[in-house]
Design a protein around this ligand. Structure first.
Ligand SMILES: Nc1ncnc2c1ncn2[C@@H]1O[C@H](COP(=O)(O)OP(=O)(O)OP(=O)(O)O)[C@@H](O)[C@H]1O
Length: 498
């Protein structure tokens, strides 16, 4: 038996098919009349969901989206609809916003139908339901650009003036992000790095770079409105404005910004409604040539729960990652910090800290400050013994037994050589040199016999090990640059041995 529901569903499906076919024809015309970026931003996300007596219903993802279409593309849409559907052709919008966090798993949608200005029908005010954004009268929303006084609002950029490029040490770990940041600050909105998404683990300097961009923009372009905001604050502001029915003011405020920096956008993944409003703001700013800078603790491609249309927009610009700094950069950061804060730590102690705190710059700086503070309070000089004692209570120490393999890995890391290459018998100069240095260090820092050391390199005999050690010592005597490099490596290995 055919159920009434089945009949109803069939007719809805047929309507959607018809509507989609009509909309495809419209899109073909629209595509010829707007640029590619505008097409992807404003027309790709639209779905045709109904066609009733020459009135096409288009589903759009937000109130703002609908407003934008009506404000910027009303002529084009009107003419296109009439060309495809005849002189009675009209448009109706359906704003569908996902209610709750389960949009991927069939969460409830809030729906509102709004006649477009190309429609002759009377407004459908009586079937309007409350949007989560409390937009009760969508036809009467104030034009963002004519809100009196708002343009003159002075925006506090929320920047920390101490976070600049001058005090951000550059290393392999952050070079791309730092240079892109400097570029963006020089020409906000006018480089291909828009948005600039900086991502990486915690405490590695994402906020520092993002803030440094803001400070640099303010220095170079004092007329630009810059705003730094954490994603958490953005979400809370949005919730407050929603409660008070002031979402449009919220959006309009963000539309005034020339350089918008949002920190920790991974938090958006748990806030689908905020993604909605952020999407609208993003599109507006990007279209207007404004600069957007975002930071995330996760690579954008791995941001589960972030809408695909946002992810695709993040790909428009540059996604730059930050890695943990290497040993040399960690020491540089410590030296800079000491200079800034008037701390004095011996080179040996600096190396000790840099060796033992590897994955988080915040912890690295924190360790040096605590060490300095404790030693000052106890009126003790900070020698290596004090450093060892204090550091044990501060951080998880980077303890590893010093074995020949450890040394081999340290040398490989230092010279950027794959570990397995070091173990291959080859005459390649760089490998031979690294092997000789490793043998020299292994002899100096372990109790292993010459025979044992040779065996660790795929079976060299003890005479090769002696020859290698002699070669390194001779070169150290005659070549200053070489000596400095080996001394540096020796210090590293020494740190691992204490
Ligand atoms: N390359 C660097 N040179 C100097 N200081 C740095 C560098 N990288 C990070 N820092 C400092 O390390 C601390 C932590 O950096 P920041 O807060 O920017 O990290 P984050 O990646 O944003 O961390 P989170 O993900 O936890 O928010 C700050 O004090 C920052 O100034």
């Amino acid at each position: 038996m055919v159920e009434m529901n089945d009949i109803h569903n069939d007719s809805v499906d047929a309507q959607v098919k018809e509507a989609t076919a009509a909309w495809q024809k419209c899109l073909a015309i629209i595509q010829d009349n707007v640029n590619e970026r505008a097409f992807h931003t404003w027309f790709d996300p639209i779905r045709a969901v109904g066609l009733d007596r020459s009135v096409l219903t288009l589903q759009v993802p937000s109130q703002f989206f609908y407003e934008w279409l009506e404000e910027h593309y009303v002529d084009l849409l009107g003419k296109t609809i009439k060309r495809v559907l005849g002189k009675d052709g009209g448009l109706e919008y359906r704003v569908v916003m996902v209610d709750g966090s389960s949009n991927r798993n069939g969460g409830k949608n809030s729906v509102i139908n709004i006649p477009g200005s190309t429609t002759q029908r009377p407004p459908v005010g009586n079937n309007m339901i409350d949007l989560p954004l409390h937009v009760k009268d969508p036809m009467n929303i104030k034009n963002p650009y004519s809100i009196p006084g708002l343009k003159r609002t002075v925006i506090d950029p929320q920047l920390n003036p101490n976070l600049t490029f001058d005090n951000l040490v550059e290393g392999d770990c952050n070079r791309v992000a730092r240079l892109a940041g400097i570029n963006v600050a020089q020409k906000p909105g006018a480089t291909s790095f828009n948005p600039l998404v900086i991502f990486g683990g915690t405490g590695l300097g994402k906020t520092h770079i993002a803030q440094a961009i803001g400070n640099e923009v303010r220095r170079l372009h004092s007329n630009k409105a810059v705003l730094y905001v954490s994603a958490e604050k953005f979400i809370n502001q949005f919730i407050d404005h929603s409660k008070n029915g002031e979402v449009n003011d919220f959006i309009h405020f963000y539309q005034l910004i020339d350089v918008l920096i949002i920190d920790d956008i991974h938090i958006f993944t748990t806030a689908p409604k905020s993604q909605e409003v952020f999407f609208a703001i993003f599109n507006h700013l990007h279209q207007g040539g404004k600069q957007i800078i975002l930071t995330s603790d996760t690579a954008p491609k791995d941001l589960e729960g972030m809408q695909e249309r946002l992810l695709s927009r993040f790909r428009w610009g540059l996604n730059a990652d930050i890695q943990p700094p290497d040993f040399e950069t960690r020491q540089e950061i410590l030296r800079l910090k000491m200079k800034q804060d008037g701390m004095e730590l011996s080179e040996e102690v600096v190396k000790y800290i840099a060796f033992n705190v590897q994955n988080n710059v915040r912890d690295l700086i924190g360790a040096s400050i605590s060490l300095f503070a404790q030693a000052t309070l106890n009126k003790k000089e900070i020698d290596l013994d004090v450093a060892k004692r204090v550091m044990k209570n501060l951080v998880k120490m980077n303890t590893r037994e010093l074995t020949i393999e450890n040394i081999q890995r340290m040398v490989c890391e230092h010279y950027n050589i794959p570990y397995d290459k070091l173990l291959v018998k080859t005459r390649k100069r760089e490998i031979v040199q690294a092997r000789q240095i490793t043998m020299f260090l292994a002899k100096k820092f372990t109790k292993a016999s010459l025979k044992n050391i040779g065996e660790h390199f795929g079976g060299f005999d003890h005479t090769t090990v002696i020859h290698s050690c002699q070669t390194v010592e001779d070169l150290m005597d005659t070549d200053m640059e070489y000596r400095e490099k080996i001394t540096e490596l020796q210090q590293k290995v020494h740190m691992a041995s204490i």
